[in-house]
Write a protein that binds this ligand. Structure first.
Ligand SMILES: Nc1ncnc2c1ncn2[C@@H]1O[C@H](COP(=O)(O)OP(=O)(O)OP(=O)(O)O)[C@@H](O)[C@H]1O
Length: 255
C-alpha cells in the first residue's frame, strides 16, 4: 500500500489556552514496501504525525490517502509500552485481532503460529506476559501487529524501553522480519543509528512548528552488512542526520 500525507497540519490548544502548532505543511509519501523513519528532537511532532496517519488523531487540516482513498486500511501498531492482556497467553494475545475479525479457530492457529514462529517465541506461546522479558514482550507485540496482516505497520519508539543490547538484537530481528514481510512501515525513533539501520528513507523533522527539514534516502543494502564499507556509509548518514537535528535538540534541552 502507498500512503500519501498531504498538507497535514495539527494545532493543539495547551493548558493556558494558547494555540500550539505541532505540525505544519507536512507532505510526503510512504511508497509500497517502503520503510520510512521519522526522527527529530523531542516535541517536534513525531508521535502526533504517526497518530494522524493511524487515524488515532484527526489533522486540523490536510489529508492522508491510502492507495488514493481516504478510507482506513488495516493497521498493525506497535507502541513503546506493549499493552498485552495479562490474563491471555502469548498465543491468545497474538490472535486477539484475528478473533475480533471473526477468523476461524483454524485460521487463528495457522496465522498465530506463523507469526509467533517468525518472532522466535515458539517455546513461549503458552506463557503469560508476566513470564516474559521486555524484549519478548515487544516480540509478542510485533507478532500481534503482524497477525492482522496489515496494509501498513506503524511503530512508535518500540524499543526505547529496552536495554541497549536487547535493543540492538531487536533491531536486527525487526529487519529480518521486515525483509520477509516488506510491509509499508512508518517508524518513529529518537535514535539516529536505529533510523539509519532500518530505513529506506529518513524524514527529519524540526520543531516549533514541526516541519519537514529534510528527507534523506538511505542507500544501504538491507542484508549482508558485516563489512567495513557498510559501517563507513551508515556512520556518514548518521552524522548528516545529527547535524540537521543538533541545533533543535539543544534548544529542546533548554526548555
Ligand atoms: N494533546 C495535546 N495537547 C496539547 N499539546 C500537545 C498534545 N499532544 C502533543 N502536544 C504538543 O505537540 C508537540 C508535538 O508533540 P509530540 O508528542 O507529537 O512530539 P514528539 O516528537 O513525538 O515528542 P517526543 O520525541 O518527546 O516523544 C509538542 O509541543 C507537544 O507538547
Amino acid at each position: 500500500m502507498s500512503i500519501v500525507i498531504e498538507n497535514v497540519e495539527k494545532t493543539f490548544i495547551d493548558s493556558k489556552k494558547n494555540e500550539v502548532t505541532a505540525l505544519k505543511s507536512i507532505n510526503f509519501t510512504i511508497h509500497e514496501e517502503e520503510f520510512v523513519v521519522l526522527v527529530g528532537p523531542s516535541g517536534c511532532g513525531k508521535s502526533t504525525l504517526l497518530n494522524i496517519v493511524g487515524g488515532l488523531l484527526s489533522p486540523t487540516s490536510g489529508s492522508v490517502y491510502f492507495d488514493g482513498i481516504k478510507e482506513n486500511p488495516t493497521l498493525g501498531i506497535v507502541f513503546q509500552e506493549i499493552a498485552l492482556f495479562p490474563w491471555r497467553t502469548v498465543f491468545e494475545n497474538v490472535v486477539y485481532g484475528l478473533q475480533e475479525r471473526g477468523a476461524s479457530k483454524k485460521q487463528q492457529q495457522e496465522i498465530g503460529n506463523h507469526y509467533i514462529d517468525m518472532v522466535g517465541l515458539t517455546d513461549f506461546k503458552d506463557a503469560y506476559p508476566k513470564q516474559l522479558s521486555g524484549g519478548m514482550k515487544q516480540r509478542a507485540g510485533i507478532a500481534r501487529a503482524l497477525a492482522v496482516e496489515p496494509d501498513l505497520l506503524l511503530m512508535d519508539e518500540p524499543f526505547s524501553a529496552l536495554d541497549a543490547q536487547t535493543r540492538t538484537l531487536m533491531q536486527e530481528e525487526l529487519l529480518t522480519i521486515w525483509n520477509r514481510t516488506r510491509l509499508s512501515t512508518l517508524y518513529v525513533t529518537h535514535n539516529i543509528e536505529e533510523a539509519v539501520y532500518l530505513a529506506d528513507r529518513v524524514i527529519v523533522l524540526s520543531r516549533h512548528p514541526g516541519q519537514i527539514k529534510q528527507i534523506i534516502n538511505i542507500d544501504l543494502p538491507k542484508t549482508g552488512r558485516n563489512d567495513e564499507k557498510y559501517r563507513e556509509q551508515s556512520s556518514k548518514y548518521a552524522d548528516e542526520i545529527w547535524q540537521l537535528i543538533r541545533h533543535d535538540a539543544e534548544a529542546a534541552l533548554k526548555e
